[in-house]
Design a protein around this ligand. Structure first.
Ligand code: DP6
Length: 375
């Protein structure tokens, strides 16, 4: 958990900062890349507010091997986005009779509330406390439209809950907890580029996200999020991926392929080679959608405007612009390009009929502690 990422010489691998109130961070060297590791040290263990950003998978997570523990069948790789964010305040108090959750001002009830209670119970168990909690969360981007809102929200929620409960957890421990709220949330605890190791253990202890490169590794990389629909999608990622596992004959092929896709993407990313990264990112997204479309009945997230955007991206490449798309479980493509082309890509995509707006993001930071609470 950090307040900011100070610049340090690349050769330093020592503890460098103690944040003013309740977070401390280290930079360590991991191979030739700097790895930011954060540990929480709360001083006010009852109320905390954090902010986290969505991540977009370059190599997708699609299918679980354990639905209760959120263990994936395959590893995945993502970029955490700057700009878009979820903020969450969590408070524990003996004055609260029950857990209470508000998302964007709306009270959460029923099954949805149970998801929060399960995370709270896990954290209460770890911290040895029994107080009920009040949670408020706000997103500055549309929920459930394929923009990884559950990743940002889940990472902010997990880190704020741990802090408010007085826990002193590493980034990897937070990632493991966030995973059990929403799988992709485990990749938003840290910033930059994160790989979610699928792990092999049945208890999930080795399944968490690891930062393979910080945001500073490739500051020129851009993702142009192309919003074509802000409507809630007909089928959640959670249900759709399980439906693919259960009924898509292509699922086995997907599992066999992902390791190879990930290896290609990882080396292209570490080499900052967009000509190598773009094609595998685009292919991997299409493979995921092919698996979903091969389910019975099919899951189809693409809308006519999605295909128009894809056509436009192919047109950019014919014109010599390096641009490739990826697509989560929704109709909104995200276009990978360099900063020098981002404005032109965003402008052209905004002009595609049916596109509502675009948001351009660069590699962003991990979950951050905030001073201002939501309540
Ligand atoms: C298509 O993380 O939302 O965005 O673990 O069931 O909460 P649950 O699913 P979720 O699925 C994300 C799927 C995806 C691909 C990805 O982000 O890797």
């Amino acid at each position: 958990m950090r307040r900011a990422v100070p610049r340090v010489p690349d050769v330093l691998a020592i503890p460098f900062t103690r944040a003013p109130s309740c977070a401390r961070s280290w930079l360590a060297l991991c191979g030739k890349y700097r790895l930011e590791i954060s540990v929480l040290t709360p001083t006010n263990p009852t109320k905390a507010t954090t902010q986290a950003h969505p991540n977009i998978a370059l190599i997708k997570y699609w299918g679980k091997r354990d639905t209760a523990l959120f263990l994936p069948q395959t590893p995945s790789l993502s970029m955490t986005l700057s700009g878009l964010s979820a903020k969450t305040t969590v408070e524990f108090s003996t004055a609260f009779k029950a857990d209470r959750v508000e998302l964007d001002g709306q009270s959460v009830q029923g099954r949805e509330l149970e998801r929060f209670t399960m995370l709270l119970d896990r954290v209460r168990g770890l911290a040895g406390i029994s107080e009920r909690a009040r949670i408020a969360s706000r997103n500055d981007f549309p929920k459930a439209a394929g923009l990884a809102s559950s990743a940002a929200g889940g990472a902010a929620l997990t880190s704020a809950t741990a802090l408010a409960a007085g826990l002193d957890l590493s980034a990897h421990e937070l990632s493991r907890l966030a995973r059990q709220f929403s799988g992709s949330a485990c990749r938003s605890i840290e910033g930059g580029f994160c790989e979610w190791q699928k792990g092999v253990r049945s208890d999930g202890e080795d399944s968490f996200a690891v930062q393979i490169a910080p945001s500073t590794h490739w500051p020129e990389l851009r993702m142009v999020v192309t919003i074509c629909s802000e409507a809630k999608k007909a089928m959640s990622s959670r249900l759709a991926m399980q439906h693919s596992v259960d009924t898509s004959p292509f699922f086995e092929g997907w599992v066999r392929q992902v390791d190879l896709d990930l290896e290609l993407a990882r080396s292209a990313l570490l080499a900052r080679d967009l000509d190598a990264l773009g094609p595998i990112v685009e292919t991997n997204a299409c493979r995921m959608h092919a698996v979903a479309m091969g389910a019975h009945p099919p899951t189809i997230y693409l809308k006519p405007v999605t295909l128009e955007v894809i056509e436009a991206v192919h047109g950019f490449r014919r014109d010599g612009i390096q641009a490739w798309f990826t697509l989560d479980a929704g109709p909104n493509p995200v276009v990978l390009c360099l900063d020098t082309d981002a404005a032109c890509v965003a402008q052209a995509l905004s002009a595609v009929p049916g596109v509502l707006r675009t948001v351009t993001a660069s590699p962003g930071e991990g979950a951050t502690l905030l001073d201002e609470h939501l309540f």
